[in-house]
Design a protein around this ligand. Sequence first.
Ligand SMILES: C[S@@+](CC[C@H](N)C(=O)[O-])C[C@H]1O[C@@H](n2cnc3c(N)ncnc32)[C@H](O)[C@@H]1O
Length: 340
Amino acid sequence: MTIQQAKIYGKNELTSSPSPELDVAVLLQHITGFDKTHLLLNRDYELTSEQEGDFQSAIERRKTGFPIAYITGHKEFFGLDFYVTPDVLIPKPDTELLVELALDALEDKFRAKPDMIPTVCDMCTGSGCVALSIAKASEKLAGSNEQLENQRAEIKFTLVDISEKALVVARKNAERLLGTSETMSRKGSDERNNVQSSGGRAKQSPENTFRFPLSTFHFIRSNLFENVLPTFDLIVTNPPYVPHSESVELLKDGRSEPLLALDGDVDLDGKPSGSDDGLGLIRHLVPQCWEHLNRNGVLIMETGEYNAEETAELFKQAGFRNVRIEYDMNEMMRDVVGVK
Ligand SMILES: C[S@@+](CC[C@H](N)C(=O)[O-])C[C@H]1O[C@@H](n2cnc3c(N)ncnc32)[C@H](O)[C@@H]1O
């Protein structure tokens, strides 16, 4: 089978995909290792029998609704290439706003206090896409402003998720995207991060912390803040916020994303909260964030366009000031921001 024949075959098979041509192109790039241009210029390239087998099985999986990102193991987010598996939500373009707002908040903090080393928590980290994008972009933050020219973008990151499998993916992304990791000793990391080191699921291990030029990254398995001791200057979070009934409906298309990452109508024990507004977990999360923020600390939370206003109310009830809703590129209410 040539590339041209593979394109025709794939397009004819993927009739239920909203983007058959793009799907086929991405799969062929992944399988052959060719880039877009190389693929276009080499239509007569004959796939090896292994490549042809891989392509046909990828098409079969895609026909069930299985996402391209899970087939290739890659998803671009904030200009970076993230490793993804069905253990994590596939990073969505809407979530890039959360990163942009976090960078603005950090820039404000550096401007107010140039020698500070901010502490940032990415609660519900999944693939780590939010914290790691902030880390990569903040490398440039220091050099982007005259006043901050000599600022070393040193940040202490804590990445939290209830799913150990998600944390495995987040750690792998940290190593891939931030370069060679230098693991630190258990004793050192515990002291530096003031993190609970025994009991519960926050068991520390050397792999749970690593340094990348100046910043440190700490990974904690925790049910919201249950196993997280420190307080932070900034908390960013994209928690599960989809109403239960809608989550179940969404998963019928074969997308295979974890229900745990979508369903917002759960309680702290993981059982149904009885609500169907997507705010079951957020009702616990907002006051917990308040408890884990330093004075003047900022909370930025992604929500659905359908429950952003209710979330903003929860921020106010918890005591947050300057509460505002930010809109995404589709003019949808997407993030709620508040200051302690
Ligand atoms: C919507 S996904 C967000 C993933 C990633 N931050 C992103 O933006 O693509 C929500 C994440 O929250 C995690 N999660 C769900 N319930 C949690 C809980 N009670 N405590 C901590 N993390 C939780 C899920 O495992 C999932 O990785």
